[in-house]
Design a protein around this ligand. Structure first.
Ligand SMILES: C[C@H](O)[C@H](O)[C@H]1CNC2=NC(N)=NC(=O)C2=N1
Length: 101
């Protein structure tokens, strides 16, 4: 089943359930701060595992002690879809275990 772009209102409503996430152009985005560069690197690896499981991949940036993600759905023409929110919720669930805030 093709994945459909979400209407703007739906995106805003779903973002309201995801503190820290925002709309950055045509992508949803969040940055996390970690306790060290090594902790940030471990979070990147953990997110990569989830992305492989979901077959859905963010643009994932590792800083000194930060991790930033932005994601949209290429197969929906670069729109925000349910897949992006599924990934965001999975990342939200694992980030606290890495001490991310
Ligand atoms: C073939 C493979 O399923 C597709 O290329 C997947 C992989 N990861 C993806 N990631 C994202 N963000 N959007 C996609 O449309 C997408 N498609």
């Amino acid at each position: 089943m093709p994945v459909e772009p979400l209407p703007q209102k739906e995106i805003e409503d779903r973002l309201a359930q995801l503190p820290g996430w925002s709309l950055d152009g045509d992508r949803i985005a969040r940055s996390y701060r970690l306790g060290s560069h090594f902790a940030a690197t471990a979070l990147v690896i953990h997110i990569a595992q989830v992305q492989e499981e979901l077959d859905h991949h963010s643009d994932l940036t590792l800083g000194y002690n930060t991790v930033s993600l932005t994601v949209n759905t290429h197969s929906a023409g670069g729109a925000v879809t349910d897949l992006d929110f599924r990934l965001a919720h999975r990342v939200e669930a694992l980030a606290p275990g890495h001490g991310a805030s």
